[in-house]
Ligand binder design. Structure first.
Ligand SMILES: [Ca+2]
Ligand SMILES: [Ca+2]
Ligand SMILES: [Ca+2]
Length: 497
């Protein structure tokens, strides 16, 4: 009996420690997203296969770190992926106490596909329709003292609340999105040992059909406190697996904001063989200020940091002992000061070429982006893409320049066509209007549907498919015009005199 209890306790504590997550499939890459924010890892094992079921993984893990100052005090939120130590917890902050939610209740990654959303949008009015779980469970609205709005959604009926039965649906990006919520103020900071910011992170990972080799990420770093933090660094720590992890080299592209790894010898034993695979992380929208190497050891320069100060020093693009990267060899010698390790010929501040040429092995790189402030009640947006190529033919620096330009173009193109916002500036309606006056005008044509409801919520009029006829209201009063595009709806007040 006692033994059974011990066994039961053992198994239930294992279950408690289990981090839930979801695997995103981009076409060639299958990548795990965890509820505690760690990417490309599952229970300590690499989880970023290219291709699916090949047992050839690109990454050991990928993590986002944040640091900054307030009144001279350093705040930091980070993850030690090598030791599975995390400053973050799953879930939002209580908006009154600014303490993190119980992570056991938020140990979730929410994944929804575009196909599910399209089916939902076609059918939500049907009498025998029931909303599928993934759309029903989308964490759009916080409850209790959590933020009113958590995961983004399209408020089809414009009432400010997420109710998929009324046509609302998740505002995802790409074909499939996985979403998680983190905060840095539930427990002590086990990775960095530093002070918390009391921030929330809303992370959305998504795949685009034009980029089967990659997974894109959009993070919002939200500061619900009344303190403005300054001298912010947001960093991406990418540890590479690249099949057999013992024979890798790494490199950086200072122009295209890429950190990458390639095989350091001719053959990736037991995995990619002689195909010359590549794995990379690229920061989008922001300039990377520095990229430095981190090793899974106690090396005085590159070893994994153990204190908040050491984390911050690396995030400023210096070795953890405070010395700068010096151009040439392993970057720890007496060359000219620089900001990018092994940049090939991409570092505009240097005239020579510098690539890795020592013993290959395990590699990880830290990419650092600067933001002047994280304002009180404000947020920062951080976009990146991670992926790889299972086979290359030419010099890795050349391959990286090509793939990064392609993935950037796919991203920019997607941003142009994604979520077409209703052109509110171009929209106009005569207000107030008179009884039985036709209020239709050509600015209505950019919307797909127009409805008018009265102050009690009764639908007075509804017209579809860009074929708007006379729009007239036969009674005085206050009404609401609801204008809907493919992805969004806006509401305008209308007064009839
Ligand atoms: Ca709604
Ligand atoms: Ca390898
Ligand atoms: Ca080898």
């Amino acid at each position: 009996m006692k033994l059974l209890t011990v066994i039961f306790t053992f198994f239930s504590s294992c279950l408690m420690a289990q981090i839930n997550g979801s695997t995103l499939q981009s076409g060639k890459l299958a990548m795990r997203i965890n509820a505690d924010g760690q990417l490309a890892i599952e229970n300590g094992m690499p989880a970023s296969e290219m291709t699916n079921n090949s047992n050839n993984h690109l990454f050991r893990f990928v993590n986002v770190w944040v640091s900054g100052y307030e009144n001279g005090k350093l705040s930091i939120a980070s993850t030690n992926g090598f030791k599975n130590l995390n400053d973050y917890s799953s879930g939002p902050l209580d908006s009154v106490t600014l303490i993190g939610a119980n992570p056991d209740n938020w140990n979730l990654v929410w994944t929804v596909s575009r196909d599910e959303i399209n089916a939902h949008r076609r059918s939500f009015r049907d009498q025998d329709y029931s909303v599928i779980e993934s759309i029903k469970n989308w964490p759009a609205n916080g409850f209790g003292q959590y933020n009113t709005y958590l995961a983004p959604f399209i408020d089809y009926d414009g009432d400010g609340k997420y109710d998929p039965a009324k046509g609302d649906y998740p505002d995802i990006r790409g074909n499939v999105s996985s979403f998680f919520i983190l905060n840095d103020n539930y427990k002590e900071h086990k990775a960095s040992g530093g002070l918390p910011f009391k921030i929330e992170i809303y992370g959305m990972l998504y795949v685009l059909p034009e980029a089967p080799e990659a997974v894109y990420a959009k993070y919002y770093i939200v500061n619900p406190t009344e303190k403005t933090y300054s001298d912010i660094r947001i960093s991406l720590h990418t540890a590479f697996q690249l099949g057999n992890s013992n024979d890798n080299y790494c490199g950086t592209d200072a122009v295209n904001n890429v950190a990458f790894a390639y095989n350091g010898d001719e053959e990736d034993e037991g995995h990619f063989g002689t195909q010359k695979p590549l794995a990379f992380s690229m920061i989008l929208d922001n300039k990377v200020e520095s990229i430095i190497q981190i090793s899974d050891d106690k090396d005085a320069f590159s070893g994994m940091p153990e204190t908040a100060g050491e984390y911050r020093t690396l995030m400023e693009g210096k070795w953890k002992n405070g010395t700068s990267i010096n151009f040439g060899d392993d970057g720890k010698g007496s060359g000219k000061t620089c900001k990018f390790i092994f940049p090939g010929s991409t570092d505009p501040s240097q005239t020579n070429n510098w690539i890795e040429n020592g013993f290959p092995g395990e590699r990880s790189l830290l990419m650092n982006v600067e933001f002047p402030t994280l304002n009180r009640y404000g947020y920062l947006e951080f976009n990146f893409v991670i992926g790889g190529l299972e086979k290359t033919v030419s010099d890795p620096y050349k391959e990286i320049a090509e793939i990064s330009n392609k993935l950037k173009a796919v991203y920019l193109q997607y941003n142009l066509i994604a979520e077409p916002q209703p052109d509110v500036s171009g929209f106009w309606v005569k207000n107030p209007s008179g009884i039985n006056e036709n209020i239709n005008n050509e600015s209505f044509e950019k919307f797909q549907k127009i409805s008018i409801i009265d102050a009690s919520g009764r639908v007075i009029l509804s017209q579809n498919s860009r074929q708007f006829y006379d729009i007239k209201i036969s009674e005085k009063g206050i009404y609401f015009l609801i204008l809907t595009t493919e992805n969004q709806s806006i509401t305008k007040k209308l007064i009839i005199l």
